[in-house]
Ligand binder design. Structure first.
Ligand SMILES: Nc1ncnc2c1ncn2[C@@H]1O[C@H](COP(=O)(O)OP(=O)(O)OP(=O)(O)O)[C@@H](O)[C@H]1O
Length: 378
């Protein structure tokens, strides 16, 4: 079988580079291709230093050449990693909150994809697993946690801790909670809520008595705005989880959400992506799955940008109903919804453990240049 360098390059054009939307040849990742008879040598450089990314690249190159050029070609892949240098100079040590082991930010690019619902259910599932859990509702546009936890009428009390006045989080279903909703009026304009939110957030973080927590979950507002920066400046976030529905408009925004965390000047590890409203199954036809918002879009996005896929949650009437009556659906026992949330929660915990083993503690970010801001507005 006769083939040449051009045939190999054409085959490599079918491989996309995660996160760049370009193919491997176009992006300049392929440095050199040499062909000697049925032997092919490919020199390639990638940015991602993880073992998974290296393996994936190698396998994709072998597959592409075997499928599109010659199935018996003997291929050698010489892989070089050119990881971007770690940001320096614009980070400070985060003010660790004593007693809080892990802080997980839950974000979504687009609004209404079920970020708060997923956060509430993650929190109660973690509590059911025996973890000590706190929940900070930072969604200034629509703080929904007080309703979802049936504590809308309550207000945090002030207690004395070691001679200082501290706010005591409200507690239900084994989850300690503070919400921006406790401090703002529902009909108050968002423009006023912004500055109040930053102040209130600081108080909810540092002037509250959270006690010992294994996990603090933060329900962020949708999008990639100033409030996200305020939180990342104030807290050493362990990692971020991004929630998306499988539909194209939500995925585009989820991609922006992930890249906000991965910006050099922000650098918060992304623990993974959760696909909400993944499919609908009518109770009377339990074997049928209808992919109303598209099929596995968030899963494919996770693969494309090389972040873990944490699992899918179906579109289920009881999830909406339980949210509305203030009792998260994952509290039901022996239901498919409970199992789906258990699966996802286990994956989140696994990724937190992996992250804590592989990486140094995240430092809170001090934005000393506008780099962070332009990053967010991209
Ligand atoms: N898997 C699901 N099945 C059925 N209903 C759901 C599901 N997930 C979320 N919902 C419903 O969709 C609506 C929006 O959800 P939610 O408020 O959690 O979204 P959000 O992304 O937090 O929105 P926001 O833009 O306010 O941050 C709610 O009525 C919620 O009950």
């Amino acid at each position: 079988m006769k083939f040449n360098k051009q045939d190999v390059l054409k085959a490599l054009e079918f491989i996309t580079v995660p996160g760049e939307g370009k193919n491997m040849v176009e992006s300049g990742a392929v440095n050199n291709v040499q062909v000697f008879g049925d032997e092919v040598i490919v020199d390639v450089t990638i940015n991602n230093p993880s073992l998974q990314a290296k393996k994936k690249t190698e396998v994709e190159i072998l597959k592409a050449i075997h499928r599109k050029v010659y199935e018996k070609a003997k291929i050698t892949v010489n892989l070089k990693v050119d990881a971007p240098a770690q940001p320096k100079g614009n980070e400070i040590k985060g003010k660790r909150i004593p007693g809080i082991q892990n802080i997980i930010a839950v974000a979504s690019g687009k609004g209404g994809v079920g970020k708060s619902t997923v956060t509430a259910n993650l929190a109660v599932t973690l509590a059911k697993m025996g973890f000590k859990v706190g929940l900070l509702d930072a969604d200034i546009y629509g703080p929904s946690m007080p309703l979802m936890f049936d504590v809308a009428q309550e207000r945090p009390m002030t207690i004395q801790v070691e001679g200082k006045s501290k706010m005591k989080p409200v507690e239900n279903y084994g989850v300690k909670m503070l919400s921006i909703g406790f401090f703002t009026q529902p009909n108050q304009a968002v423009i006023w809520r912004g500055p109040m939110a930053s102040k209130a957030l600081n108080q909810m973080i540092f002037d509250a008595h959270w006690g010992e927590l294994d996990f603090m979950l933060i329900d962020l507002p949708p999008g990639t705005g100033d409030i996200h920066l305020s939180i990342m400046q104030a807290l050493p976030i362990t990692g971020a989880v991004v929630v998306s529905t499988p539909q194209e408009v939500a995925l585009t925004d989820a991609r922006k959400g992930v890249s906000m965390f991965q910006q050099e000047s922000i650098n918060v590890p992304v623990l993974g992506i959760i696909e909400n409203m993944a499919y609908f199954t009518p109770a009377e036809l339990p074997e049928n799955k209808y992919y109303i918002f598209g099929r596995e879009g968030a899963k494919h996005l996770a693969e494309d940008i090389d972040v873990p896929f944490l699992g899918g949650i179906p579109l289920v009437q009881s999830i909406r109903e339980s949210g509305d009556v203030g009792r998260p659906a994952a509290l039901q026992t022996a239901t498919p919804v409970e199992s789906a949330f258990e699966e996802i929660t286990k994956n989140v915990v696994r990724e937190v453990v992996r992250r804590n083993t592989d990486l140094p503690p995240t430092e809170a970010i001090k934005i000393t240049t506008m780099a962070g801001c332009s990053a967010v507005k991209k």
